[in-house]
Design a protein around this ligand. Structure first.
Ligand SMILES: *Cc1c(COP(=O)(O)O)cnc(C)c1O
Length: 360
């Protein structure tokens, strides 16, 4: 087997152990004589899988009882509409911190359904920092306050949560879910597409405080109403069965490693290796404000587009793939999600040091 180190921002690496278990169980799951892909989602066997997956997610993330966990489809992008349709129901207002393209999409979509306000933005410096927030600018009667916790494209993250008082805080955690412990009780809604840090594409996780369910706007499509899914245990229609099963395997892998405190320790170690190298390199430079650096997505540049392209091409040949940066930032981006082993980052840094020596 010759697996590459895949630094893709998403879909991204899955733990090898998980892939091997899935492969072993591919044609015959347990004593069922069938693949999980072929099972009725209403079968006793599948019910055990989805229940165990939810129980493990609740345990690992320490999700309080008054929160519902929903297994949906449509990606994080559907949540940009689903959140306002379900939550913009009192004042019809919501606040947004625009820290990148995803945050901006959440804002623009909400603006179609109510009064959406940008309370702060870092667009002036290509989203290379998390803006300081002034509580006086927050809308006191907003129905929710939205942030994108980790900015996948730009490589920044919130390390401090805005104090929104009684206004429910809603966060897109697509690229940082399960990367470190998070206090769920501080949020009204958390949502994430699974394909960055949890499972293959096709599954969207929504963690929502129960009192925020049940007041959707009248125009809300049935499938976009949280109540539809909460009332039916995420089985109103066919859920993304196989992806939920793989998410379950990933959650077991996290538990075995020692849960989120341990995962955080490993992620901090990986990020430090890469950032320390960038801070000491004469060729490569990180692109974001140090205090706001993401643990998951690390953009960097040489300052020379031709050299960037040469680096990406040579890295690929050496087995380090998907290092090309997002088109809006240029340069490189190494996404180092949970499944990226420490060794992958160590080897990448070694490769970068050699490249610097040869091309400096
Ligand atoms: C990838 C990503 C999205 C888009 O997710 P889809 O599941 O493709 O809709 C939204 N927000 C963030 C932070 C992301 O990283």
């Amino acid at each position: 087997m010759s697996r590459v180190y895949n630094f893709s921002a998403g879909p991204s690496m899955l733990p090898l152990e998980v892939l091997e278990t899935a492969a072993k169980e591919m044609c015959e799951f347990g004593a069922t004589g069938q693949s999980v892909m072929e099972m009725s989602h209403r079968s006793k066997e599948y019910d055990a899988i989805i229940k165990e997956t939810e129980a493990n997610l609740r345990e690992i993330m320490n999700i309080p009882e008054n929160y519902e966990v929903l297994f949906l489809q449509g990606g994080a992008s559907s949540q940009f509409a689903m959140v306002p349709l379900n939550l913009m129901n009192k004042s019809g207002k919501a606040d947004f911190v625009v820290t990148g393209q995803w945050a901006n999409k959440a804002y623009k979509e909400a603006a179609r359904y109510g009064e959406a306000k940008v309370v702060a933005s870092s667009a002036d410096k290509t989203y290379s920092y998390i803006p300081k927030l002034d509580k006086a600018t927050f809308t006191p009667d907003a129905d929710y306050f939205h942030i994108c916790m980790n900015n996948t494209i730009y490589g920044t993250r919130f390390t401090e949560l805005p104090d929104t008082g009684n206004v429910p805080l809603v966060a897109d955690i697509s690229s940082c879910i399960l990367s470190e412990p998070i206090d769920v009780s501080k949020f009204g809604v958390l949502y994430a597409g699974a394909q960055k840090n949890l499972a293959p594409a096709g599954l969207t996780i929504v963690i929502i405080r129960k009192d925020l369910i049940g007041n959707a706007k009248d125009i809300t499509p049935t499938m976009f109403n949280y109540a539809t899914h909460a009332d039916n245990g995420s089985m109103f229609n066919t859920p993304p069965c196989y992806t939920i099963y793989v998410a379950g395997l990933v959650l077991k892998w996290i538990k075995k490693l020692g849960g989120l405190p341990k995962i955080k320790e490993i992620n901090e170690k990986k990020a430090k290796i890469l950032y320390d190298f960038l801070d000491n390199s004469k060729m490569f430079k990180g692109t974001v404000e140090k205090a706001d650096r993401s643990l998951m997505n690390v953009p960097f540049v040489t300052g020379n587009e031709e050299l960037d392209a040469k680096f990406v091409a040579e890295a690929k040949k050496a087995g380090f793939v998907n290092l090309k940066g997002h088109r809006s930032v240029g340069g490189m981006r190494a996404s180092i999600y949970n499944a990226m082993p420490v060794e992958g980052v160590e080897k990448l840094v070694e490769f970068m040091a050699n490249f610097e020596k040869e091309n400096g």
